[in-house]
Design a protein around this ligand. Sequence first.
Ligand SMILES: *Cc1c(COP(=O)(O)O)cnc(C)c1O
Length: 401
Amino acid sequence: MKAEELIDLEDRFGAKNYKPLDVVLSKGEGIWVWDVDGNKYMDCLSAYSAVNQGHCHPKIRQAMLDQAQKLTLTSRAFRNDQLALLYEELCDLTDSHKMLPMNSGAEAVETVIKCARKWGYESKGVADGQAEIIVCQDNFHGRTLSIIGFSTDDNARENFGPFTPGFKTIPFGDATALEDAITPNTVAFMVEPVQGEAGVIIPPKGYLQDVRRICTEKNILMILDEIQTGLGRTGKLLAEEHDGVQADLTLIGKALSGGFYPVSAVLSNDEVLGLLQPGQHGSTFGGNPLACAVARAALKVLVEENMIENAAKMGAYFLEQLKTIETPIIKEVRGIGLMIAIELEDGTPGGARAICEALMQMGILCKETHTYTIRFAPPLVITKEDIDWAVDKIKTAFADA
Ligand SMILES: *Cc1c(COP(=O)(O)O)cnc(C)c1O
């Protein structure tokens, strides 16, 4: 079917909760994707960092096909022969004691909220129903009701209330604000190491170290949402490594499956997950053998094929190259690893969307975040030649703008 027909069908039958670029993709390999007319594009979004390993990685695909021939779902009413191995491999890799598998990122966030509250009541001794969790302004943790309840994005919240109580918001990157916001009822502080959806906002140096110290001193849990920053995106396996700290609870998702299947997890570096008893939490699909086999392969290629080191090296190169673009409409170029953003000056006509549309015409797919920011987050398998090719196009797009 033709692109226009497919777009028309989507518009007629689909809820319009997204505003995609009008490119209809039908094939992907590595950093490249192809549309239904056969045009080739470099993917600089990586499905919001879910395909860090590149599209349709052959080894992950093989693991998925092999497992799909054998067993796909048992529910957790029975055990399966993949879950234990994922537990062991992921805990080893991330230096965690325990993990809990879910499917989407939002489910991992919901899970961690439940666990933090439970820890507050049962270990810290907070009075029943009083637990507070501190979060940051401009956070993005997902789309479920309790999560959007503590979002500061009006568009994400408007007319969806009433919301779950028990959350408090402070500015991002401000350790003093955290210290001031903590009360005896505070059980946790949840934060993204780098705010992705907010436009790749990087906190001041040493922020996570300060957070770690404050959380320990005040006996509250440090929760890092690494659903986007984790698994190599910032040039480390987990972004917390840049600051040499360990969170009490870490959330991963997205690239945990290399884009083949929704798999997320809560990782715990202390006994928080040990508080859960049978029947208190669960998911029909969480920890299913297909998900586990895919996740195991996705982790394996990430490490064995040196994608994390490549993200660090190529990220630094890409950033340096983007900084050489000379135009009055760029306000800032910033990034860490292959999580990079170009922020335009406020009021730039057409905003970031116009640049993204122009780049699409030249064979590069990226997506604006908010009005004036363009994010560049290609799969971690990108090479120097690919970056040179892309930077050339990006320069042309800005010269034409
Ligand atoms: C994408 C994302 C989520 C939500 O993940 P879903 O799989 O879309 O539910 C949560 N936190 C962060 C930081 C994310 O980037």
